[in-house]
Design a protein around this ligand. Structure first.
Ligand code: GEK
Length: 247
């Protein structure tokens, strides 16, 4: 099977027994199509990560793309930052994702050195970071381990650096939360997913993707020392925050 061709995501198109979602070879092979049709604003978020990288990627520093999948954010940074004096650590604990990303990197030439690592971000050291990206990754980390991860990232960042955290979120008002989920499903239908695909994917993600409110994210980031911080993007129940480590 070719690794370079983008395949259409039909993983939840057939009636199937419920099972938890996993970042296995089946998911990796359709991931680009899946994330583009499943995350409202995904392309915009990547483009804006590139814009933020231009401003915040310090010479001599390291950019961390934690839970990089096929390197969407890594490529956005590599295409945007003009000075070549930095490196990128692209880390994912899915072997299928990392294998595909390695193939993509082998086919491209970049000025920053991109280190592609098959590793758990809960154990991976962060040092000399000017930009850390958690683009839809924190939501898959067990709730009890999120605080320690954010604190460790903060400790490994340079003053003046930023952390970008994009997440599916919960809204505090139950009715508004239901409305946003409903609108989000409307978005998925416009992207070509059937009602069966939408409901089966929702069930598969239930125990795996654990969303929190923006207030919870903000409190945790503030508690770790980030200041200032705020939401820079939101569409329905998807949002992205930028958190600054003070100079
Ligand atoms: C993008 N950021 O395209 N350690 C390493 N990786 C992990 C861990 C962990 N503990 N837990 C989950 N992952 C990407 C999209 S996808 C988002 C990120 C989504 C990885 C997991 O293997 C998967 O590749 C990624 O986090 C989440 O900008 O599919 O909604």
């Amino acid at each position: 099977m070719s690794h370079s061709k983008t395949q259409k995501d039909r993983l939840f198109a057939e009636q199937m027994l419920p099972g938890d979602f996993a970042f296995d070879d089946n998911v990796a092979s359709v991931f680009e199509d899946m994330i583009n049709r499943s995350v409202p604003g995904y392309k915009t978020i990547l483009a804006m990560i590139g814009v933020m990288a231009q401003r915040y990627c310090q010479p001599g520093s390291v950019v961390y793309d934690l839970g990089c999948s096929l390197g969407g954010a890594t490529f956005a940074v590599a295409h945007s930052v003009e000075h070549g004096d930095y490196s990128i650590q692209a880390i994912d604990n899915s072997a299928a994702m990392i294998e595909r990303l390695e193939n993509k990197l082998a086919a491209a030439e970049f000025s920053p050195t991109i280190h592609c690592q098959h590793a758990d971000i809960l154990e991976f050291p962060v040092n000399n970071a000017s930009l850390v990206i958690l683009n839809f990754t924190l939501q898959f980390i067990p709730l009890t381990q999120r605080e320690a991860l954010i604190e460790r990232i903060y400790a490994g960042m340079n003053p003046g650096g930023i952390l970008i955290v994009s997440e599916k979120i919960l809204l505090p008002d139950a009715r508004l939360n239901e409305l946003m989920i409903d609108l989000y499903h409307g978005f998925k239908e416009t992207m070509g997913y059937s009602k069966l695909e939408i409901s089966q994917k929702r069930t598969a993600l239930e125990n795996v993707l654990l969303p929190e409110t923006l207030a919870t994210h903000q409190q945790r980031l503030r508690g770790a020392g980030f200041d200032p911080l705020d939401v820079w993007f939101q569409c329905f129940n998807f949002a992205s925050l930028v958190a600054c480590k003070p100079d």
